[in-house]
Write a protein that binds this ligand. Structure first.
Ligand SMILES: [Zn+2]
Length: 233
């Protein structure tokens, strides 16, 4: 029966071997009773500067430890995301949260390189890889990502404010990109302050409680290349 199903799927999909392989994987997952909320595996496309998947309203840039950005991708802060972030901060302030208008947003490849190397020098690479991206792997390089800070200038960790972000950031088009309990999927420790702009579709992603990896179905987790990052001298 199972062989027949695979055969039928193969015929439907035609000769594209990678698609057939994906269908088989999906079928195995279903038969083993694994979570059904995860979509089938999608392979993001690369346009020379970044990987992307098709979202409901257009291409969605994909960045994680499997999908890097090119070093010369330097878009600066996205103006739409910037306005949305400012609106979100104003709303939080009006609710009494101690948040700052100062934030950590766009970072170039070079800035990320400096930052990451400083963390490696301080904490060692293994620790640094859990909370900081290697150059070319930071979502901040897209100009779509913002770290919320509190009024003392620290990254926002306060419990109620963090919960507010989980509940309401999507109304402004953002997702909390590295939630608790998803380190295996996202490749990063929880970061209650790190917001990624998606747009309208953020509401669906957030209401399902899924990471971008799970919602769009692309691969996440750790770096594919396990070798120690070598500093360019
Ligand atoms: Zn961040």
């Amino acid at each position: 029966m199972r062989i027949l199903l695979v055969l039928v799927i193969s015929l439907v999909l035609g000769s594209c071997s990678s698609q057939v392989k994906e269908s088989k994987i999906e079928q195995q997952r279903n038969s083993s009773g694994a979570t059904s909320t995860v979509k089938k595996r999608v392979k993001p496309e690369f346009n020379g500067q970044y990987y992307f998947v098709q979202g409901e309203d257009g291409p969605v840039i994909v960045v994680n430890k499997k999908y890097p950005l090119s070093a010369d991708f330097a878009p600066g802060e996205d103006p739409i995301a910037g306005v949305a972030f400012e609106d979100l901060i104003k709303d939080m302030e009006s609710k009494g949260f101690q948040v700052s208008h100062d934030y950590s947003g766009y970072r170039s490849y070079g800035q990320q390189k400096t930052l990451y190397e400083a963390y490696v020098a301080r904490d060692g690479q293994e620790a640094a890889d859990r909370y900081s991206a290697r150059p070319g792997y930071s979502e901040h390089q897209t100009g779509l990502t913002f770290d919320v800070k509190d009024v003392s200038g620290q990254l926002l960790e306060e419990k109620e404010a963090s919960q507010w972000l989980l509940d309401h950031a999507a109304e402004y088009g953002f997702v909390v990109r590295y939630p608790k309990g998803k380190e295996e999927v996202t490749g990063y420790m929880p970061e209650s302050w790190h917001l990624r702009y998606i747009g309208r579709e953020a509401q669906q992603i957030s209401s399902k409680g899924l990471t971008l990896e799970e919602y769009y179905g692309f691969e996440g987790g750790d770096y594919a290349d396990e070798r120690i990052f070598e500093k360019e001298k």
